[in-house]
Design a protein around this ligand. Structure first.
Ligand code: FAQ
Length: 335
């Protein structure tokens, strides 16, 4: 079982930072560790801004994983075969597990899980823009595996070297699983492309709808990225939004060729001088609309999450009651 080796705070009770006051020696030790590319661990002193940035990014990431279960989860009951259903169930469960690792990592920074979930459910916290689009056909499930998980891996591999230990370690396992997700998506699309013309059309239609949204997943252009510079200085982010986006395009174009689909961008062209593919302009207005709550499925996604959380209250109550009972038992035995 994956653990951050710290106890989980009670519901609704934020944990106080371990070292709220800094001394010059503490600041120097932190700076030295960062400069030496070392890891910061939960018990180490860290600047409050570093802690805040990590809680922001890790909790947004955790929210993305659990909201990300919804578009694909929608197809579990309609998967075309038992094999595809079993694979999809496993994948969606993995995403729930990723949410667990990430909430646990964020908790080590002194933030209660219930506070993070409240922020998600009240619409205050962000989660990835990509999960606010509908999954209209079975091909969307394959395309999410191939492109959305593909983009997620590209973004997350550098996070395995994040300066904050618990986040970096969580990412190692997440990336292994995302890699399986990406392959299963691609394999599912390959099977469809060897099928009927209408199956091939379904794949092409799904690629056309998801391509640009996936490019936007990497976040705003570097020139508009509020946090990149500081996060890179702290070793939280290792590669910039634009560089990762370019790496994703370069890796994906050959895969699209093998699959036999076209990517919906007339400007997509190999640039010999740059050694990269050029590509067209992303619709950033649409991206920000979606990030700010006005995408096609934002309301539906949040409503589903809030309902699932409310319906799970009895499980949390039962787990808490059991833990309290066990604790009383231990105390009685010790007395
Ligand atoms: N969607 O200054 P930056 C997955 C926000 S997991 C929504 O560049 P930063 C697995 C950003 O938060 C996908 N908001 O920010 C899966 C900030 O807002 P704030 C999630 C976005 O943090 C697959 C503002 O814009 N992955 O897919 C987005 O330096 C299949 C300014 O932006 C992660 O979270 C966006 N796309 O860089 C699950 C990875 N982009 O906080 C199920 C970890 C930016 O000031 C099925 N996160 N914003 O209010 C990161 O690497 C970074 O946080 C970035 C953004 C790169 C996402």
């Amino acid at each position: 079982m994956y653990t951050q080796a710290l106890s989980i705070p009670d519901e609704g009770r934020s944990v106080k930072p371990i070292h709220p006051k800094e001394s010059p020696q503490q600041i120097q030790a932190f700076e030295d560790r960062i400069a030496a590319d070392g890891r910061i661990e939960p018990q180490d002193w860290m600047p409050e801004a570093y802690r805040k940035t990590l809680v922001r990014q890790i909790s947004q990431h955790a929210h993305s994983e659990i909201v990300g279960m919804l578009p694909e989860g929608n197809w579990i009951s309609r998967a075309p075969s038992l094999k595809r259903k079993a694979i999809l169930i496993a994948k969606v469960q993995d995403e729930a597990g990723h949410g667990q690792y990430l909430y646990s990592a964020a908790e080590t920074l002194g933030t209660a899980r219930s506070d993070m979930l409240d922020a998600l459910h009240s619409g205050k916290a962000k989660y990835s823009s990509i999960f606010n689009y509908p999954t209209l056909s079975w091909a969307d499930v394959g395309v999410i595996g191939w492109l959305v998980d593909g983009a997620a891996i590209m973004n997350q591999i550098p996070l395995c070297r994040c300066s904050y230990g618990p986040y970096a370690r969580a990412m190692i396992r997440v990336c292994k699983e995302e890699s399986f997700h990406q392959r299963q998506g691609y394999e599912s699309l390959l099977a469809m492309m060897q099928g009927t013309q209408s199956q091939r059309d379904m794949v092409q239609d799904a690629v056309n709808r998801w391509w640009w949204k996936c490019l936007a997943m990497f976040g705003p252009p570097d020139t508009d990225s509020a946090h990149s510079e500081q996060s890179m200085r702290w070793g939280i982010k290792r590669i910039s939004n634009d560089e990762l986006r370019q790496k994703f395009v370069d890796a994906t174009v050959p895969q699209a060729k093998v699959l036999g689909v076209s990517l919906p961008d007339p400007h997509l062209k190999w640039n010999e001088a740059r050694g990269h593919y050029d590509f067209g302009d992303i619709d950033w207005d649409e991206f920000w609309q979606t990030v700010n709550g006005h995408g096609p499925c934002n309301r539906e996604r949040l409503a589903t999450r809030v309902k699932a959380h409310a319906q799970g209250q009895w499980v949390r109550d039962a787990a808490l009651a059991y833990a309290q009972k066990q604790e009383r038992k231990l105390q009685q035995e010790a007395a």
